[in-house]
Ligand binder design. Structure first.
Ligand SMILES: [Zn+2]
Length: 190
């Protein structure tokens, strides 16, 4: 089998993704595409594979030929058809579109191409942001569970605490429950 691709001495692979759709003609669903896209610090490299997974052709797209606008390389995610997402890269020679199996992979590609071309490192999420995301997710899950419970007439058992709006005493109950403040008699619905 022929060498898949060549790297120059200072060239390193940053990202590599398979199942890439490229070019016109018969557009197979992404799961049947076997082309591979590689990002190095100098090029986008497309390995065009045949149905046996062998590389038939290797295309090099130099990052230096990507068009810039306001200091930002012109790379974006597009949605060329229903359920299909592509990475569009605008080169001096025209736009190249690479169809991906997973939309979220394209976000990573856009970030990394912008980073390589501009020299600004990819912003990694801090531990705090990751924790906030996890908490937000947990909260949305709890809300969904409560919605489902209410659909089936199951009372949520999550205890909520708050202060009595009249006297400021601590009250606790479950969501939707109406209680009477034991101190001042005000009724309150959680
Ligand atoms: Zn009260």
């Amino acid at each position: 089998m022929a060498e898949e691709f060549k790297l120059s001495p200072e060239e390193a692979v940053i990202l590599r993704t398979g199942k890439i759709g490229y070019g016109g003609g018969l557009q197979l669903p992404s799961m049947f595409n076997s082309n591979e896209l590689i990002l190095t610090n100098k090029n986008l490299i497309l390995l065009k594979k045949n149905m046996f997974g062998q590389t038939e052709d290797t295309l090099y797209f130099p990052l230096s030929k990507i068009l810039m606008a306001n200091g930002r390389p012109q790379v974006k995610k597009s949605n060329p058809s229903h359920m299909e997402y592509a990475l569009d890269v605008y080169f001096e020679t025209g736009m190249e579109s690479f169809r991906f199996e997973w939309e979220r992979d394209i976000d990573e590609w856009v970030e990394n191409i912008v980073s390589v071309v501009t020299g600004v490192p990819v912003q990694k999420k801090s531990d705090l942001e990751m924790m906030q995301d996890a908490l937000a997710f947990a909260e949305s899950m709890t809300d969904s569970v409560e919605k489902i419970q209410s659909v089936f007439g199951i009372k949520s058992t999550r205890q909520i605490s708050c202060k009595c709006p009249s006297c400021g005493a601590s009250l606790s109950g479950t969501k939707g429950e109406t209680i009477q403040c034991p101190y001042c008699g005000t009724t309150y619905t959680f």
